[in-house]
Design a protein around this ligand. Structure first.
Ligand code: C5P
Length: 290
């Protein structure tokens, strides 16, 4: 049996640059993992199967099975696998849960099936599953452009606590992209530069990091705007929507304020606290016996 944690991401800023001919949008973002994770286990089996502890998660069409099927097809694998998913990452929240699970499935199954695909072909499969799946194949944070698959990884250990708060609102990424009107960001530094320049002044990050989905999300769901205000009132230095929403995260230089906000908002919302200095453990553990 092989095991990997699939960590959720937040977007430290997100710009929608333009609509493309292929229907997707060019974006610019910084992906960063937080301490919210699903567990994926892969064991040998004749057929391919997936079970999940959360009955609300559909098995048919699940990105984990899609990933397994594409990998098997691409490399002519005959073996199956028994995949078991323990779900903790909220879905429809802009945290990339399904994408993280799919990438973990690709990495685990390469190990289980003893495949050593060139990185490019794994990236291709990942992109066929979803725009932010390629990010989850690599370690570290990443500056991303194009659909989100042109990645430049860098190590970012934030000396700040991050509190992710998830309202009971499920937003569709597709609808959010359909509704957005791209704005001109030319003339501004790129998001990674802005982030790194302001890393020791988190209170200034709010002036430079924006998510283009935030204003439309607040217009359609004013509760998200209320939540944002409450996160600032609780002492956050910076607060942003993640992905196309609906989750919102606060960056706190004061760990105690973050912990207090987690418990005060925790009665109303699902809250997830990532401590300062957090480094995700992305190791694959266990042994593959085929
Ligand atoms: O790639 P993914 O399947 O996650 O995207 C879901 C939908 O979001 C796409 O069908 C597309 O409509 C939209 N999208 C986009 N531009 C991106 C990523 C996603 O327009 N860069």
């Amino acid at each position: 049996m092989l095991f990997q944690r699939a960590f959720a991401k937040i977007n430290l800023g997100l710009r929608v640059i333009r609509k493309r001919q292929d229907g997707y949008h060019d974006i610019e973002t910084v992906f960063h993992r937080v301490n919210i994770f699903d567990d994926l286990v892969a064991g040998p089996a004749q057929d391919l199967s997936l079970s999940c502890d959360d009955p609300r998660i559909p098995i048919d069409g699940n990105l984990v099975l899609l990933a397994a099927g594409l990998l098997r097809q691409r490399f002519g694998v005959r073996a199956g696998a028994r995949l078991t998913l323990t779900k903790r990452i909220p879905y429809g929240a802009g945290l990339g849960g399904g994408s993280a699970d799919a990438a973990a499935a690709l990495l685990l199954l390469c190990r289980l099936w003893k495949l050593a695909p060139p990185r490019g072909s794994l990236d291709e499969i990942a992109l066929a599953i979803g725009s932010d799946v390629p990010y989850f194949l690599g370690a570290g944070s990443a500056y991303a452009t194009s659909r989100g698959e042109m990645l430049s990884y860098f190590q970012l250990t934030l000396p700040y606590a991050i509190l992710v708060i998830v309202p009971e609102i499920h937003l569709s990424t597709r609808s959010a992209f359909e509704a957005i009107v791209p704005v001109d960001h030319s003339g501004s530094d790129d998001l990674r530069t802005l982030l790194l320049q302001h890393l020791d002044r988190p209170d200034l990050l709010r002036n430079v990091l924006f998510n283009d989905f935030e204003a439309p999300a607040i217009r359609s769901h004013p509760q998200i705007g209320d939540l944002r205000r409450r996160i600032y009132d609780s002492g956050a230095d910076c607060c942003l929507l993640s992905g196309s929403g609906s989750s919102v995260f606060g960056i706190y230089s004061d760990d105690a304020a973050a912990a207090a906000a987690a418990s005060s908002l925790g009665g109303e919302f699902r809250t997830f606290l990532t401590p300062s200095g957090f480094v995700p453990d992305l190791r694959i553990t266990g042994a593959s016996v085929v």
